[in-house]
Design a protein around this ligand. Structure first.
Ligand SMILES: Nc1ncnc2c1ncn2[C@@H]1O[C@H](COP(=O)(O)OP(=O)(O)O)[C@@H](O)[C@H]1O
Ligand SMILES: [Mg+2]
Length: 235
């Protein structure tokens, strides 16, 4: 049926929105802890914009963004995900929405914001998918149009969460870090190394931008409670 909203408890696919499937699990509790910590970093009232990046590829950024966005939306805050990983976008798979147009479309053409914002199956949660993968992601994200777009979206949402590529290998996330209130670094503790994680932190700090914290993803058996997610302050 056209425009029919999906059941909240429906799990879109194996990418796994655990906060919908198992809202009372300790893992979901960790996502709510990330939400709380992000809120602590911000003055109430204004739109809060947060960039999620990582030291290395496949750290769990998109998984973290999706689950944290859902727990923000569940509090009734008008929440937007922007899939600004124009190299390996996944937001459209996770939320099962079309990706013929999206962020890249708006940055290349003159497209109205309303044409690229899509509703998700979760109440209060919208997404701007990547759009077609462009040949020049960092160039596109550096355009004045991107700044203007984010400023416009800040007037419409309470929370904006931006997914991005890893910050050490490519410059995209560094560019995006200048457009938001702060960044969260996601790292896969089973595969990371201290030097690369430090480098990620320095790349954000080099631009005098805020780091809200570091998500230690894939950390097994924290305090033997089977939590797979942990949140720690950067710095
Ligand atoms: N804590 C976790 N436990 C198990 N699988 C995870 C975890 N975090 C991410 N994954 C899986 O690892 C893969 C990469 O995660 P993803 O969020 O896409 O990373 P990134 O966006 O940083 O590339 C995905 O298949 C995702 O489902
Ligand atoms: Mg990703």
């Amino acid at each position: 049926m056209k425009n029919k909203k999906k059941n909240f408890n429906y799990v879109p696919d194996s990418r796994g929105l655990i906060v919908l499937r198992e809202p009372h699990s300790s893992i979901s509790e960790q996502y709510r802890a990330i939400r709380t910590n992000i809120l602590f970093s911000h003055d109430a009232g204004e739109c809060l914009s947060v960039l999620f990046t990582s030291d290395m590829p496949s750290a769990g950024k998109s998984t973290t963004v999706a689950n944290v966005a859902v727990v923000f939306a569940k509090t009734g805050k008008k929440t937007l995900i922007i899939d600004a990983d124009l190299r390996r976008p996944t937001g459209h798979y996770t939320f099962e929405v079309a990706n013929q147009s999206g962020l890249s479309t708006a940055l290349v053409n003159d497209v109205d914001v309303n044409e690229i914002v899509k509703e998700t199956s979760v109440k209060s949660l919208d997404i701007i998918t990547s759009g077609p993968i462009p040949p020049n992601p960092s160039e596109l994200l550096s355009k004045k149009k991107m700044t203007v777009l984010i400023e416009e979206l800040k007037t419409r949402y309470d929370i904006i969460l931006i997914d991005s590529p890893p910050i050490v290998p490519v410059i995209d996330a560094q560019v995006l870090s200048k457009l938001v209130d702060g960044s969260v670094i996601v790292t896969n503790v089973e595969e990371n190394d201290w030097k690369t994680l430090q480098e990620a932190k320095q790349l954000i700090e080099k631009g005098n931008e805020n780091i809200f914290g570091v998500v230690l993803n894939n950390k097994k058996n924290i305090q033997s409670d089977n939590s797979y997610y942990h949140y720690g302050r950067g710095g």
